[in-house]
Design a protein around this ligand. Structure first.
Ligand code: HPA
Length: 277
C-alpha cells in the first residue's frame, strides 16, 4: 500500500522541480522574523509561494512572507525560505517541517537556520541585536517532529543529536565574523511552544537549565534536517531581552523592529559564509 505522507511529499517535490527545472542545489537558508533582503542578491530568481506548493500549509505570522526563493549566488544554486511555519500556529510538527522534507528531497547538504530570539543573559552579556551561533539546543516544545510513523527512506528512527549544529560550520562562521568585525557569541537555544512569551519565572528556570537564548522555532527544523543528514548552522539574533530581564513589556513589533536593524550584519555574515562553503 502506498503511504499518504510520502505521496504528498513526492507531489510537492515534483511541483517544485517542474518550476525550477534543476535538482543540484546544495544550500538552503531559512530566514527568521523581519529579515527581508538576503534574496535581493540572488540571480535567476524563481519565487514559489508556499501556498502554491501542494500539501504545504500557509504561514500565518506577520513578518513571515512564506516563499521559497530559488536562485544563484556566487555561481551556487541555493534556496531561501522566506518565512517559516511554527508549531504555535496550530499545525502539527509534521506539517511545519514539511518544507524541510522538501529540502531533503532536493538533497540539500547545508542548511542555515536563522531566528529571532530573546536574550537570557545567562553566562553571556547579551544585548539587543547581538548574534548568537547555536551550539546546542534544549527542546521544551513538548513534541518532536519525528514522532509518529517512521519512514525508512527519510532516515533513522532514533536520530543522534550529539552534533546537531555542525562544529566546522560554527568555526567558519566565527572566523568570518572576526574578519568582518561582527561580534558573535556561541550559545544554547531553548525552544518553547509559544506563542505567548515566557514569564520571568520561566526565564529564571531556563537560566538554571543552561539556556542563553529562547525562541519558538529552529528545533523542529534542525531535528528533521539532522535525520536527513544535512549539516546545520543555527544563527540567532537578539531582538529583545527575555521576560524579566527586559525592563519593557515584550512585543512582536519590537522583535520585527530590532530584526531590521541586524539584517545588515546578518546578511553580510551569511553571504561570506556561502562564499566559503
Ligand atoms: N521569547 C520567545 N521567542 C522569542 C523571543 C522571546 O523573548 N523573542 C523573539 N522570539
Amino acid at each position: 500500500m502506498k503511504n499518504e505522507f510520502l505521496e504528498k511529499l513526492n507531489a510537492a517535490f515534483k511541483f517544485i522541480i517542474k518550476e525550477i527545472k534543476q535538482t543540484f542545489i546544495d544550500y538552503a537558508i531559512i530566514l527568521g522574523s523581519g529579515l527581508g533582503n538576503i534574496p535581493e542578491v540572488l540571480e535567476e530568481k524563481i519565487v514559489i509561494p508556499y501556498h502554491e506548493v501542494p500539501h504545504m500549509v500557509k504561514s500565518t505570522v506577520k513578518g513571515h512572507k512564506g516563499n521559497f526563493i530559488f536562485g544563484v549566488f556566487e555561481k551556487k544554486p541555493l534556496v531561501i525560505m522566506e518565512g517559516r511555519l511554527h508549531y504555535y500556529e496550530g499545525y502539527s510538527m509534521q506539517e511545519i517541517t514539511f518544507p524541510i522534507r522538501i529540502l531533503q528531497k532536493l538533497k540539500i547538504k547545508y542548511l542555515i537556520i536563522t531566528a529571532a530570539v530573546g536574550g537570557i543573559r545567562n553566562k553571556l552579556p547579551l544585548d539587543l541585536s547581538d548574534i548568537v551561533l547555536i551550539k546546542d539546543h534544549i527542546n521544551l516544545i513538548g513534541d518532536n517532529p519525528l514522532r509518529g510513523p517512521h519512514y525508512e527512506e527519510l532516515g533513522e528512527r532514533f536520530v543522534d543529536l550529539t552534533n546537531t549544529y555542525d562544529k566546522d560550520l560554527i568555526k567558519l562562521a566565527k572566523n568570518i565574523a572576526k574578519k568582518n568585525k561582527i561580534k558573535v557569541y556561541e550559545g544554547i537555544y531553548l525552544a518553547t511552544c509559544g506563542p505567548s512569551y515566557e514569564t520571568p519565572a520561566e526565564i529564571e528556570a531556563f537560566k538554571k537549565l543552561g539556556a542563553d537564548v529562547v525562541g519558538m522555532s529552529v528545533v523542529p527544523e534542525a531535528i528533521v534536517a539532522r535525520q536527513a543528514g544535512m549539516k546545520v548552522l543555527g544563527i540567532c539574533y537578539i531582538t529583545n531581552l527575555a521576560a524579566g530581564i527586559s525592563t519593557k513589556p515584550l512585543s512582536h513589533l519590537e522583535v520585527l523592529e530590532t530584526a531590521t536593524k541586524v539584517a545588515y550584519k546578518l546578511n553580510l555574515l551569511i553571504k561570506e559564509i556561502l562564499k566559503k562553503l
